[in-house]
Write a protein that binds this ligand. Structure first.
Ligand code: FES
Length: 134
């Protein structure tokens, strides 16, 4: 199983069989442990570089998920970085707040990486109104 922990005021910590790819398919990272930026301010997007500590990014990591579904089988979690948009995650995954209060399971998820979504950690298309970069 793949896990995404939503850190309070910080990144998405992904563990499992994780592949991160650019929109053109270029492999950016293949690892069992990846921290992806969700504040929109990293100097090393899509990866977290610790900039969230200086930017005042705030989110407690908790959420509600109206689109929960049972995970289907085993397999990698493939994360595609959409230019000027979200992270698209495909594969069986459990998403939890780092404190464990909120949790869901999915087979696909659009995850915010601009820091502006009102439905964090999920994308609500707020990236259309901010500059998250490529
Ligand atoms: S979440 Fe760490 S730099 Fe954005």
């Amino acid at each position: 199983m793949n896990y995404i922990k939503v850190r309070k005021d910080g990144p998405l910590l992904m563990t499992g069989d994780i592949e991160v790819r650019a929109a053109d398919g270029t492999l950016l990272e293949k690892s069992d442990d990846v921290a992806l930026c969700r504040c929109g301010r990293s100097g090393n997007k899509p990866f977290c570089d610790g900039s969230h500590r200086e930017t005042g990014f705030r989110h407690d990591g908790c959420f509600e998920d109206g689109r929960a579904e049972p995970p289907q089988g085993e397999g990698p979690l493939r994360v595609t970085v959409r230019p000027r948009a979200m992270l698209l995650a495909k594969g069986p995954m459990t998403i939890s707040s780092a404190d464990g209060r909120c949790t869901t399971t999915r087979n696909s998820a659009a995850l915010c990486r601009c820091g502006e979504s009102s439905n964090k950690p999920f994308c609500d298309a707020s990236h259309k109104h901010c500059d998250v970069g490529d």
